[in-house]
Write a protein that binds this ligand. Structure first.
Ligand SMILES: Nc1ncnc2c1ncn2[C@@H]1O[C@H](COP(=O)(O)OP(=O)(O)OP(=O)(O)O)[C@@H](O)[C@H]1O
Length: 282
């Protein structure tokens, strides 16, 4: 197993009382997997990713990469966050943004230039080297963030709702880009999303989390053809079945947590009361 999450628990020391964001998570990714992770709002997805990226220490349990415990950001891992606006440096050109982690990695200038050029070409931004992030659309900025991760040549790519802030058409394009990159580069990807359709469309497996305090509710194998495209795959009856199944699981998770709250009193945080009106999102 390449990436191993074992008995992970995270309790935040909240201002008034501790918040148990994750109760007990155990799952693994093999090399070359593309796994999506969905769960109700506030169930601890970002917390989990931060623990996996070595940015946050778990309260109990551990994350192991190649059987080595993660205690800080491990080499060979890249993370793409939702907020591309905050993850790119506005005063640096696109090229410099993509090149920065390669400098920190100590890669020689010539090779850096090659890697940056390849990565920008792969995400369809070969002409944007000299632009600044603020001159680009949201979708293009997110492509830059993806190019930066790709140029770094990670073995593991963690993505935290990376397409949440882009329009639907761009989102579809970026989903296909991720599957393309995954096939070409053989990178292992854990992709966190609110969007059930996106999880089923992208993943080989979908890990469904319960409501907070969080455990793994189900690991669902996605038995759709390997070659996916937005029209054929999304109109496949199996796709519809799978998304309905994930949706039902998430709804059940939310119902159960409401029942627990009704029985034991309100113990959650402000986040769990957020509006959940979007039908296909959680
Ligand atoms: N630094 C913190 N201190 C205290 N509590 C926190 C902190 N960060 C997150 N939490 C709480 O931990 C729980 C999980 O938060 P987290 O952001 O990981 O969930 P999420 O599933 O990513 O949320 P969303 O779906 O809304 O993006 C929430 O109840 C949140 O309020």
């Amino acid at each position: 197993m390449l990436l191993d999450v074992r008995g992970l628990k995270k309790v935040y020391e909240g201002r008034q009382r501790p918040v148990e964001a994750i109760r007990d998570l155990t799952f693994g990714l093999d090399a070359g997997d593309l796994v999506c992770l969905v769960g109700p709002s506030g169930c601890g997805k970002t917390t989990l990713l931060k623990c996996m990226a070595g940015l946050l220490a778990p309260t109990e349990g551990e994350v192991r990469l190649r059987d080595k415990r993660i205690t800080g950001p491990p080499p060979g891992m890249a993370v793409v966050f939702q907020e591309y606006g905050r993850s790119l440096f506005p005063w640096m050109s696109v090229r410099d943004n993509v090149e920065l982690p390669l400098r920190n990695k100590g890669i020689a200038r010539r090779q850096r230039q090659d890697l940056v050029a390849q990565a920008l070409a792969v995400v369809g931004l070969a002409d944007a080297h000299h632009a600044y992030p603020w001159q680009l659309s949201g979708g293009m900025q997110q492509r830059v963030a993806i190019a930066r991760a790709v140029a770094y040549q990670p073995d593991v790519l963690l993505m935290d709702e990376p397409f949440a802030a882009v329009d639907a058409q761009t989102r579809a394009d970026l989903e296909d880009l991720i599957r393309d990159l995954w096939r070409k580069l053989g990178v292992t990807i854990l992709f966190v999303t609110h969007d059930i359709d996106e999880a089923v469309y992208l993943g080989q497996r979908v890990i469904i989390l319960s409501s907070s305090p969080t455990v793994v509710r189900e690991v669902l194998g996605v038995d759709l053809p390997e070659r996916r495209d937005q029209l054929t795959t999304r109109s496949d009856s199996r796709f519809t079945e799978l998304r309905a199944h994930v949706y039902a699981q998430i709804q059940a998770a939310k119902r159960e947590s409401m029942e627990i709250l009704a029985t034991f009193g309100r113990a959650g945080s402000g986040k769990s009361s957020r509006s959940q009106s979007e039908a296909k999102s959680v």
